[in-house]
Design a protein around this ligand. Structure first.
Ligand code: UDP
Length: 190
């Protein structure tokens, strides 16, 4: 967001319950006033194509897709390119966080990179998906090392002018690469 702010870029927020993306957008703009919020859409729509058109019409540089994993990854893989956005990232419950609707872990936990553990304590039903994460990461490492897409968890999308790689980790951490550059977004609310 800080890079987008520096370039006066366009942001589209997609996902969460009705009204949340707008609230999240307001909070983001308070902090990053040069960003152009070019559109919002809640995550409980039926007509995929009309949402794709809605995004494509406003030509975002960056699209946050917050439908929860793995729905958001599948959505990006299927529709991302058609939206024409330069970059799409799956960000789980991030819009609720930006909007201020969820309690975050105390700063100490955040600094230690342990926010996931705090979340697990608050929502113990997350244990199943969290327990699978090491497996997902090892598959990712294998795919990266051997250049094969065995599991289909990870997608590289190459088009004429842009290169998008996305991998959602524990819901709080996102890595992506553009060309040779590697970025880590750690703690999206900071
Ligand atoms: N969500 C949505 N559409 C759906 C299902 C979920 O927009 O069909 C939203 C939900 O409102 C919440 C987010 O997706 O804002 C999922 O958050 P969660 O914390 O479960 O995702 P995670 O970070 O674990 O992937």
């Amino acid at each position: 967001l800080s890079v987008l702010n520096d370039m006066g870029g366009r942001l589209f927020l997609l996902g969460a319950k009705p009204g949340v993306a707008e609230q999240a957008g307001e909070k983001i703009l308070e902090r990053y006033p040069n960003i152009v919020l070019c559109g919002t859409q809640d995550g409980y729509f039926k007509d995929e194509q009309s949402v794709v058109r809605k995004v494509a019409d406003v030509k975002p540089d960056l699209l946050f897709v917050c439908l929860g994993a793995p729905k958001q990854e599948k959505w990006i893989a299927r529709w991302g390119d058609l939206t024409g956005t330069k970059m799409a990232i799956g960000l789980g419950g991030a819009l609720d966080v930006f909007a201020g609707n969820v309690e975050r872990a105390p700063e100490k936990w955040q600094k230690l990179g342990m926010e996931w553990a705090y979340r697990l304590k608050k929502e113990p039903q997350r244990i199943g998906r969290m327990a699978r994460l090491p497996l997902v990461l090892s598959k990712a490492a294998t795919e990266r090392a051997f250049g094969k897409k065995k599991s289909g968890h990870f997608k590289n999308t190459k088009t004429k002018n842009r290169y998008i790689f996305y991998l959602t980790g524990n819901g709080e951490t996102v890595y992506f690469e553009i060309g040779d550059k590697k970025y880590l977004i750690d703690d999206l609310n900071r």
